[in-house]
Design a protein around this ligand. Structure first.
Ligand code: URA
Length: 434
């Protein structure tokens, strides 16, 4: 087999065989296929696409390119959850302990944030002493003992994806839907999930800017799941405005804990219940989404969801008192309120601008090596559709350095749109793809 023939085949709109795709992934991972040939092939895929069969083969080949986690020692259906990322997206912090408290084992590997999408692992480090690096044995033992563990990506999982993703990033081929779908799904499969719940974000603060793109991606991932025997459901949710009120690591942790106690923002609570209920359904714990929601609402109200997070924090070396006393979490020193200049209704909050402001403050990183400030970020006081009066606070900026605060304020210029006319109805969940 010759890589040049596979590039030509894809360039001319042909379909690669399973053996050819395996050859390509193995060759690229081992280094026998060079970057220039792989980038030519990725560009051909961008223009020509891949069939569902090819995409499934690529996913399995990438999932098998390195270590794979074996969760079979844990009883029950292991349901993983993945978000394509957004501003203020703290869903995993809530969903993981919540569904674990309901009886679904959660063995989750999460990432660090890059750009304006925060990472769950960074957020969890807001708890002093919290360990995100665990051995396989510690990870599995914890899930066995308390039903939940969330750790950083460890080991040599999907090296083919790591290499290909870095190449796509610098060859303008990230946008190819079969490549995004196989990249995400290969990681989920290598992480050992039996079933997968995907939260595909759409809007200004998301990777997918319109519903059509988001649906195409969701469909591609759900199809891969069914091809490789992992039941997959995708929720397509809004990311035009930040999710919840808080953006920034410790600030989001606080909001996640309030949500676990049933006292969170309406949109975050709604999304968490929609995702969590479907995870219970995928795990065979309930017969309908409504039954799942009811169960999760009861668990929130009983305090068991907060207790489950506290157990997880303690098991991973953190201070569980911080779960019950939010004042103990990291706090910024400078608070600055941005106020409304006129009366009216909030018609738009630019999620991307809010995300950029949080990065400028130090809550996110622009390169993998950058250190972040866990305390800083923003807390919205109003959301789209809310009525405001001139002088009312729209958002409080939490900063630790005056200069960074000023830069963040510049980013936020024009981020809030106010009009005399209320906006149309806000949709939070556009579609379920299954
Ligand atoms: N996230 C991934 O993990 N892979 C992609 O290709 C795009 C987003």
């Amino acid at each position: 087999m010759r890589m040049v023939d596979m590039i030509a085949k894809k360039r001319d709109g042909g379909e690669l065989t399973t053996e050819e795709i395996r050859f390509l992934v193995e060759g690229y991972t081992s280094g026998s296929i060079p970057d220039y040939q792989m980038s030519a092939w990725a560009m051909a895929v961008l223009f020509r696409g891949m069939t569902a069969r090819e995409t499934g083969d690529l996913t399995l080949a990438m999932a098998g390119s390195g270590e794979q986690l074996d969760l079979s020692s844990l009883s029950g259906v292991k349901v993983d959850k993945h978000s394509t990322g957004g501003v203020g997206d703290k869903t995993t912090l809530v969903v993981a302990p919540l569904v674990a408290a309901a009886g679904i084992p959660v063995a989750k590997m999460s990432g660090r944030g890059l750009g304006y999408s925060g990472g769950t692992i960074d957020k969890l480090e807001s708890f002093s002493g919290f360990q995100v690096e665990r051995t396989r044995e510690q990870f599995l033992q914890q899930v066995h003992d308390i039903g939940v563990s969330v750790i950083g990506q460890s080991g040599n999982l999907t090296p083919a994806d790591k290499k290909l993703y870095a190449l796509r990033d610098v060859t303008a081929t990230v946008e190819a839907v079969p490549l995004i779908a196989s990249s995400i799904m290969s990681k989920k499969i290598a992480a050992g999930a039996d079933a997968i719940l995907l939260d595909v974000k759409v809007g200004k603060g998301a990777f997918m800017k319109n519903l059509e793109q988001a649906e195409t991606l969701a469909r591609a991932m759900v199809d891969i799941g069914s091809q490789v025997g992992r039941k997959t459901v995708a929720v397509i949710s809004d990311m035009n405005q930040p999710l919840g009120f808080a953006v920034g690591n410790a600030l989001e942790v606080k909001e996640a804990i309030e949500t676990l106690a049933g006292k969170g923002p309406r949109d975050l609570t709604e999304l968490v219940l929609a995702i969590g209920a479907r995870m219970l359904l995928l795990g065979g714990l309930v017969a309908t989404v409504e039954e799942g929601r009811g169960k999760l609402e009861e668990i929130m109200a009983s305090g068991k969801a907060v207790d489950k997070l506290a157990e997880m924090v303690e098991a991973q070396g953190g201070d569980k008192e911080e779960v019950y006393n939010l004042e103990k979490l990291p706090k910024a020193t400078l608070l600055h309120a941005i106020t409304a200049k006129q009366d009216g209704f909030i018609t738009d909050i630019d999620a991307e601008a809010v995300g950029h402001a949080s990065v400028v403050l130090g809550a996110g990183r622009l390169t993998k090596e950058m250190a972040i400030d866990l305390a800083v970020g923003l807390v919205l006081h109003k959301k789209r559709g809310d009525q405001v009066q001139a002088g009312e606070t729209l958002v409080t900026v939490h900063a630790n350095q005056e200069q960074l605060l000023q830069s963040a304020l510049q980013e936020l210029e024009g981020a809030f749109q106010i009009s005399d006319i209320p906006p149309g109805k806000q949709t939070l969940i556009y579609k379920i793809v299954e």
